[in-house]
Design a protein around this ligand. Structure first.
Ligand SMILES: [Zn+2]
Length: 210
């Protein structure tokens, strides 16, 4: 099953991706993780990506696509995968479509005021990157994985959040239109398990069809 996961930052799509990964045995692929991994390889492509990220320049679509293509050709992607955070724009979706046809697109939906509320309370570990939330039970301000102090990312501050969500809205509508009846909509207003239940049912049926 080749899947795309659409959803704004704070929508809980990362948590949903992990559940799908566990139940269906397909890897979650995020371009952010791919960039971090390729930078470490010190290959030519890795150096190119690093210099862009260091300068704060958005990695161009062609380079992102090369990195992604390489990842999707690996063995663990044979059964399928979940793309998390890619494509972000219509141009990226059109590029991906030339390489492969996805089976379904899961679109995680949450009203903007709720997204804002979740994002401003988000905190991250500077050392291991783990994400936590001041509203989660047992929050102490220290990382649950490594004990480091948590901080609020600049892009999780209220003004930056508004900009991010507006950009998301602008890019997402054409994407949903592009994938048409492949899109399965789910609300993440409830708990992670409540969000996952209809998705699981949908994916089981999709798996049987294939
Ligand atoms: Zn940590």
């Amino acid at each position: 099953m080749k899947l795309i996961l659409l959803g704004a930052a704070g929508s809980g799509k990362g948590t949903l991706a992990k559940k799908i990964t566990q139940d269906f045995g397909i890897p979650q692929i995020s371009t952010g993780d791919l960039f971090r991994a390729i930078v470490k390889t010190e290959s030519e492509l890795g150096r190119k990506v690093k210099s862009l990220i260091d300068k704060g320049i958005l990695v161009p679509d062609e380079i992102t696509f090369e990195v992604l293509k390489d990842r999707l050709s690996q063995k663990d992607c044979k059964k399928g995968y979940i793309l998390d955070g890619y494509p972000r724009t219509l141009a990226q979706a059109q590029l991906l479509d030339k390489l492969t046809k996805v089976d379904a697109v899961i679109s995680v939906n949450l009203p903007f005021d709720e997204l804002e509320r979740r994002l401003v309370s988000r905190r991250q570990c500077a050392k291991c990157g783990d994400i936590d939330n001041v509203n989660y039970p047992g929050y102490t301000g220290k990382c649950r994985k490594c004990g480091e102090k948590l901080f609020q990312r600049d892009d999780d501050k209220p003004e930056a959040i508004k900009v991010r969500l507006e950009a998301y809205k602008k890019n997402n509508a054409p994407l949903v239109g592009f994938y048409g009846d492949k899109v399965f909509n789910v609300s993440s207003a409830g708990s992670p398990d409540e969000t996952y239940a209809p998705v699981k049912t949908f994916l089981k049926k999709l798996e049987e069809k294939n």
